[in-house]
Design a binder for this molecule. Structure first.
Ligand SMILES: Nc1ncnc2c1ncn2[C@@H]1O[C@H](COP(=O)(O)OP(=O)(O)O)[C@@H](O)[C@H]1O
Ligand SMILES: [Mg+2]
Length: 252
């Protein structure tokens, strides 16, 4: 069972969109996929299930009050499941933090071996408790990068955190990047994309996710991009990225 962590300490760089779209693409292709939302903003959760009607959520798991399995909810897409988050997750970070909170996912996720082919963790825009706990449980890390002037800022800190996580997580294989929110009309996007390609080399996936309004609309409609607008460039790009990422997960 592969455990993919989507991480980047900047907000608004498509972590949540990517967690949902890749997971949906794989589920539609026949895999059993579990998404785990560890962001107290709960955006992934709100994008795919009814937030007002949640039974359990990841807070109870971090607090040691429920096993991960008990917090799993189904979605409208067959084969696609989610462990949701609620904003009360903030309290875990503020009050209940202990050493075992960091290792919660690392202990709980392997118990689902055999039930899912893939686990995809969506993390908050920080390198705090939840992101670290996800990195300690991950086999692979995927980092979205928006080609803007400041885009490389913070990538070094993320890398350092990954290096430290690897010292405690021997199964953390590799880190890959992809470009997102690409606007081909702007010269700056093109220039920065070229620089990123030179710097990141083969660790940068060749698929780039273009800016596409259908993606935002689909989230507003609480549907996946493949369901909302299967012919959009957003759906097309995420299908291509899902293939590239899947072969990386299989080979590494
Ligand atoms: N390819 C895209 N084109 C246009 N808007 C996008 C695209 N991907 C994501 N968005 C929008 O950008 C915003 C931030 O995306 P999100 O996935 O929530 O980022 P993060 O989780 O990194 O904070 C959301 O409103 C989302 O709908
Ligand atoms: Mg997010």
């Amino acid at each position: 069972m592969k455990v993919l962590c989507i991480a980047q300490q900047k907000g608004g760089v498509c972590k949540t969109t990517t967690a949902l779209s890749l997971s949906a693409a794989w589920a539609l292709a026949g895999s059993r996929v579990l998404m785990v939302d560890v962001d107290p903003q709960a955006n992934l959760t709100r994008n795919i299930v009814d937030y007002e009607r949640l039974a359990t959520d990841i807070s109870a798991v971090y607090a040691g009050k429920a096993p991960l399995r008990e917090a799993i909810a189904s979605t409208a897409t067959g084969g696609l499941f989610i462990v949701p988050a609620r904003t009360s997750l903030n309290r875990v970070e503020n009050l209940e933090r202990s050493l075992s909170t960091y290792t919660t996912l690392r202990r709980e996720i392997p118990k689902l071996e055999g039930d899912f082919d893939l686990v995809v963790i969506d993390t908050p825009p920080s390198l705090g408790l939840f992101t670290v706990s996800a990195l300690l449980a991950a086999s692979h890390v995927l980092v979205p990068v928006q080609p803007t002037f400041f885009c490389q800022e913070g990538l070094g800190d993320l890398n350092q955190t990954i290096v430290e996580a690897r010292e405690n997580n021997a199964s953390l294989a590799s880190v890959r990047y992809f470009m997102t929110l690409f606007d081909r009309r702007t010269i700056i996007s093109q220039d920065i994309a070229k620089l990123l390609r030179e710097k990141l080399g083969t660790s940068l996936f060749s698929t780039t996710i273009r800016r596409n309004i259908a993606i935002e609309e689909s989230q507003y409609a609480q549907r996946t991009i493949f369901d909302y607008s299967p012919k959009s460039t957003g759906a097309e790009d995420y299908r291509a990225l899902a293939e590239e990422v899947a072969s990386w997960l299989e080979s590494d």
